[in-house]
Design a protein around this ligand. Structure first.
Ligand code: BGC
Length: 441
């Protein structure tokens, strides 16, 4: 009998999260495939097979169910549904219907993302998100098609995954397609994405009045490197405003947080029924007058801090509570739509999981409205520009053979999902030192 138990609320959603391009394989119609052909994947690997979900996702759906998960976040791939402009691929819709039915049959509630970083080549060839007129006519048309065809199987829709990170990587840092570095263009694309989000939100409600629609944003905790330095505090604040606050300000006030009229976005205010928090790390920021392209901020990693990926910040579980508190002011339910860590050997993932779940439990004790947690991710998958050099899976996968092996962190997550709780026995089994710290100190 466990001595101390942190219970999660009844009906709490426990799941994992994926994106079509990262798991499906066999798709040559999107911009990421082209990006890969141009040699931009750091380890030279290919998304050609990925986790082979297009052929056989069912083996992994069985694993989710066996692990006690009751929720899963996946995305549908626009370029499969509309591989050529205006030509709809019925077989792709049927495959998604099979996948969604397969989830329901296993007692797993789907959350479906409509855009997760990849777009059809025909769309990018005409300017893609940089062409606002094109985007505002073609994206809603795709949404209408998808919701019309799959709406009876989906209650939870996520319009876009991380518009902020997508714009940063594609239009400012140039590491993702289309590989640009232009602040003005980046702002215009952000504006267009949010308009498309709003259009999708209203359209989905027309088609499926009871559906709940939101978006998932990437959140980073930005703290000043030296809390006593006014300049460091300003630099951390600027990064926070541009990265975290832009989406929040659009959703709650209808405008991007800059003093320009053009940045008012019609229809976006209040266009969300829930908010998704993708959370991985914090960054401490020092003022640096030479770094105008990073809003005069330079990241500093304190000695001894654990870096999730070199150069990306530091692991910081308490960020979940701080961000949930901030998001709760929006007055909508919160889902942790992504959280996880790259770990080749699964040596540190159990502790990452335990500390983040414990902080999430604390947030819920403060009445912060977190309704579900989608771990990133079930099976090692194709990590965008990193290819297979990053491993986020609770289940290890050999990309050459597709062979899967459940990690200790996978067993740990299954224990939590089945119990709908975190207790001292689970903690002691996977991390006795942490259990002592939490239960005795
Ligand atoms: C993306 C995921 C990705 C993860 C880790 C997030 O920004 O939404 O698709 O797997 O980062 O790289």
């Amino acid at each position: 009998m466990a001595k101390a138990t942190f219970y999660f609320p009844k009906n709490f959603r426990w799941g994992t999260t994926t994106a079509a391009h990262q798991v499906e394989g066999g798709n040559t119609y999107n911009d990421w495939w082209r990006w890969e052909q141009e040699g931009h994947i750091k380890d030279g690997s290919s998304s050609e097979v990925a986790c082979d979900w297009w052929q056989n996702a069912e083996v992994d759906l069985d694993r989710m169910a066996a692990m006690g998960q009751n929720a899963h976040r996946l995305s549908v791939e626009w370029s499969r549904i509309e591989p050529h402009e205006g030509q709809w691929e019925g077989a792709a819709i049927d495959r998604y219907r099979d996948l969604l039915t397969g989830l329901h049959d296993r007692g797993i509630e789907p959350m479906v993302t409509l855009h997760h970083f990849s777009t059809p080549q025909w769309f990018t060839d005409q300017g893609g998100w940089e062409n606002a007129d094109l985007a505002l006519s073609r994206f809603p048309r795709y949404v209408e098609k998808v919701v019309g065809a799959l709406g009876d199987l989906v209650d939870l829709w996520c319009t876009f995954n991380e518009p902020n990170n997508y714009v940063l990587m594609g239009w400012l840092w140039g590491q993702w397609p289309p590989g640009c570095s232009d602040f003005g263009l980046a702002m215009r694309v952000m504006h267009t994405l949010l308009k498309c989000h709003a259009a999708a939100y209203h359209l989905i409600h027309e088609l499926s009045p009871t559906a709940r629609v939101g978006l998932a944003s990437h959140f980073v905790v930005f703290d000043p490197a030296d809390p006593d330095s006014w300049l460091d505090r300003q630099a951390a604040g600027w990064q926070d405003t541009m990265f975290n606050q832009a989406t929040l300000s659009a959703l709650s006030r209808g405008r991007l947080p800059l003093r320009t009229r053009r940045l008012f976005i019609r229809g976006v205010k209040d266009s969300f029924d829930w908010i998704g928090m993708n959370y991985y790390y914090r960054r401490r920021v020092a003022f640096d007058s030479r770094r105008s392209n990073a809003l005069f901020g330079r990241m500093v990693v304190p000695e001894g801090a654990e870096e999730p990926i070199e150069g990306m910040g530091e692991v910081y579980a308490k960020g979940i509570v701080r961000l949930a508190k901030r998001l709760s002011t929006l007055g909508r339910p919160i889902y942790v739509t992504e959280n996880g860590v790259h770990d080749l050997t699964d040596a540190r993932r159990p502790r990452f999981l335990l500390t983040h779940l414990h902080q999430m439990w604390r947030a819920i004790q403060f009445n912060l409205p977190i309704r579900g947690y989608y771990h990133r991710t079930l099976v090692d998958s194709f990590e965008w520009d990193y290819g297979y050099s990053l491993r986020f899976g609770l289940i290890k996968m050999d990309p050459r053979t597709g062979q899967r092996t459940t990690q200790r962190s996978g067993e740990l997550y299954a224990d939590v999902c089945r119990a709908n709780a975190l207790d001292d026995e689970i903690m002691a089994r996977y991390d006795p030192e942490l259990a002592d710290q939490i239960f005795q100190g």
